[in-house]
Design a protein around this ligand. Sequence first.
Ligand code: C5P
Length: 222
Amino acid sequence: GGPRPLAGKKAIVTSGPTHEPIDPVRYIANRSSGRQGHAIAAALAKLGADVTLVSGPVEIPDPAGVTTVHVERAEEMLAAVVAALPADIAVMVAAVADWRVAAAGTQKIKKKPGEAPPPLLLAENPDILKTIGHHADRPKLVVGFAAETQDVEANAREKLTRKGADLIVANDVSPATGIMGGSRNSVRIVSRDGVDAWPDLAKAEVATRLAALIAERLAALP
Ligand code: C5P
């Protein structure tokens, strides 16, 4: 039950971390759980949207009522997001690795007695939000996240412009907040209209409110 203001609308959501291989058995990762992104995908579906969730490796189940595409690396995530276009809404929640290993080995790197540790040369990953925010087939409403440990609002405002987003959901991920990997979140919504600070909420409630805000904003667009 409930109103379905997003019926007939298509949404793409990214969630979770990416794993960037070093060799076939090792990878570089981060502490994202995918909880917030998965909850947003579910909340958009609940409002009637046709949702494609592009998820990095997570330990939580695929949300019901959503088409989930599983990827590992940032480059695969970008390809899956572009393949899901066109869409009305994009919500990029994934904690995409900024760098990948420049030449990931196809064989396990062997430790050889007496040899120095191998240097890990990194290459920059594509910025998925920025690519979608400036895409020829740009969704009408593009939402990004900004996980920061300092200058949260200033960083969010900078991302809004540089990445071509309509909304940035900013949160403080300093370890003391317990937000990363935790079940609660305390966010500020940054748009060209200003900043709206939400109270401390369960991630599911942040998702419900964000989905409602997205529906409202989309309805207000020409
Ligand atoms: O620049 P930063 O990583 O802090 O930006 C965060 C926002 O950009 C998030 O919405 C995240 O999903 C998105 N992002 C992305 N691709 C990247 C890096 C970040 O989509 N390579």
